[in-house]
Design a protein around this ligand. Structure first.
Ligand code: 5AD
Ligand code: SF4
Length: 521
């Protein structure tokens, strides 16, 4: 914790001894914590240096807090949240808790939430409603809300007002404080709210329990400074801070040694990696150039911002090897006018030029994207520019969203003259177009021999195994169960809209998407 946060915390801590359950025993160190979020503070970007810590440990007084208790975490939203859940699970285990898959027999339930769109938030409030009866049956159950929604003042106020059965709310910068928060929640009748609006330093040695043994996530940076006008992320995740390359390289090496086959490097805006270092000039291209030398079959990264995607990175990615030929490159919109209002800081032309460079250097690249429709006052012509951009690039898949106003962001203040029916209709038209390109991309696989990392049994049929190619195409194949967790060669027999069916050939890495390579324009 830096000085400012310490000050902020002590200023905000309300000593509320009257609400202790066991006042006599614990009054010595009990304080009911109330540190609510502030979007205004979250917006500030200070110049102070990021400090790196390696001193996380479970304090003596918290040891055994979880003995005989079970935890359950439900995760909403992006991979960053999934990975935060792995860290929180690691902290729970270090405290002596065991994991459970059911809310029914959990002693602590955490909802790790997402704030990106209103429907994500509604799901969480729905779940909180369901949990009310569980809490009534078992008053000792602890219910916590963490993740991006906790960083919003309006959410915290709503929970305080209408979801009194919640025991704790903590923010994305307070994850390492989980032992203290749990302890306070056990000791307090009042809701424990601890949300720092200003990001903390980077703590390198947090424990984590990874969800799988085949694919692993590795954070390379935290936060976002882009402040696209529609987006809440810069407020919920704080300023951009990069992990030091040696820490990342060490973590990837360790995962490789443990037998992991695929790493996804995570950051809200990975292309800004290293921009906050003031002692070295080092960017994502440099990092990827180091990582490609590690003996692990596949490395991906997400999410990219077109503005910071530089030539050096393209040059390094073109070297291939374990750097896969799939780039998720969110464009958001096809018209320069709207991109300007979105504060994306690039034009349609710049995006197309970037795509041209990438395709030239990586002829087999699969490009996927994120697109928003129904931005305030979007005209039919501007929407059609999105459609034409999709055609020009030929994205192989896209996540598409109807714009959702986020309180506290500049776009939420804009008046909007586009009716919801029009937005829905545009979304459908966009999805239909993307579907055509996706189908075409899948069709090109028929008859090809591809490399598939087998992850497990297919969802619908345990006799069939499923996995992904380097370009992130889902493949279903009949193969011996021993190949789960391995890379195999598969001959594609038939392309579906969202998956490929194939015949198992043998174990083995190809090192590129196709055995002989096909030209993808
Ligand atoms: N409304 C709709 N979609 C949004 N996204 C981010 N903010 C909003 C919003 N307010 C989308 C963007 C981003 C993806 C993760 O979510 O497309 O890339
Ligand atoms: Fe949000 Fe823009 Fe940052 Fe992505 S780059 S997280 S869309 S502000």
């Amino acid at each position: 914790m830096n000085e400012e946060q310490r000050k902020h915390q002590t200023e905000n801590v309300k000593s509320d001894a009257s609400s202790t359950k066991t006042e006599k025993d614990y009054s010595k160190y009990f304080q009911s914590v109330y540190i609510p979020p502030s979007l205004k503070d979250a917006k500030k970007r200070g110049k102070e240096k990021i400090a790196y810590h390696n001193d996380f440990g479970i304090e003596e007084r918290f040891r055994g807090l979880g003995e005989g208790r079970k935890f359950y975490i439900r995760t909403y939203g992006c991979q960053m949240n999934e990975h935060d859940t792995e860290v929180m699970a690691g902290i729970f285990m270090a405290l002596g808790y065991t994991a459970t898959n059911s809310t029914e027999d959990a002693d602590v339930i955490l909802l790790n939430t997402c704030a990106i769109r209103e429907n994500a938030e509604n799901k969480v409030f729905g779940e909180l409603g369901h949990l009310k009866s569980l809490k009534r049956e078992r008053p000792d159950l602890l219910i916590g809300v963490c993740g991006c929604m906790s960083q919003e003042e309006s959410v915290v106020n709503k929970i305080l007002k209408t979801h009194q059965h919640v025991d704790m709310i903590f923010g994305t910068h307070n994850i390492h404080r989980l032992p203290n928060i749990l302890h306070d929640a056990y000791m307090s009748k009042a809701m424990v709210v601890e949300v720092w609006s200003k990001e903390g330093d980077i703590i390198e040695n947090l424990p984590r329990v990874r969800r799988g043994e085949i694919k692993g996530w590795v954070n390379i940076m935290y936060g976002c400074d882009k402040f696209c006008t529609y987006c809440i992320v810069p407020y919920t995740r704080g300023k951009e801070r990069s992990r030091r390359p040696e820490e990342i390289i060490h973590e990837v090496r360790q995962l490789a040694a443990q037998g992991y086959k695929e790493i996804t490097l995570l950051g809200q805006n990975v292309n800004a990696y290293g921009k906050d270092f003031d002692d070295v000039t080092y960017g994502l291209g440099d990092l990827m150039d180091e990582l490609r030398k590690i003996d692990i079959p596949r490395i991906r990264f997400t999410t990219s911002h077109p503005r910071d995607f530089d030539d050096h990175l393209i040059e390094v990615l073109a070297k291939g090897g374990n750097l896969v030929e799939h780039i998720h490159l969110p464009v958001q919109f096809g018209s320069t006018d709207i991109l300007k209002i979105m504060a994306r800081k690039y034009s349609r032309e710049h995006f197309l030029e970037l795509v041209g460079k990438i395709k030239k250097a990586m002829p087999n690249v699969a490009l996927t994207t994120d697109i928003i429709v129904g931005f305030p006052n979007e005209t039919e012509e501007q929407f059609e520019e999105t459609l034409s951009l999709v055609r020009e690039v030929g994205f192989e898949a896209a996540y598409t969203f109807i714009y959702s106003p986020r309180e506290g962001t500049p776009a939420a203040k804009m008046t909007d003259n586009v009716p919801m029916e029009v937005k829905k209709d545009r979304l459908q038209r966009l999805n239909a177009l993307i579907g055509e390109y996706a189908k075409e991309a899948m069709k090109r696989y028929e008859g090809q021999i591809v490399e598939v990392l087998i992850e497990g049994e297919s969802k619908n049929n345990p006799d069939i195994l499923a996995g992904y190619t380097r370009r992130s195409k889902l493949v279903n194949v009949k193969a011996p169960k021993e190949v789960i967790g391995k890379i195999v060669k598969v001959k594609i027999t038939d392309a579906r809209s969202f998956s490929l069916n194939g015949e198992f050939i043998e174990e083995g890495v190809i090192g590129s998407e196709f055995l002989e390579g096909v030209e993808v324009e």
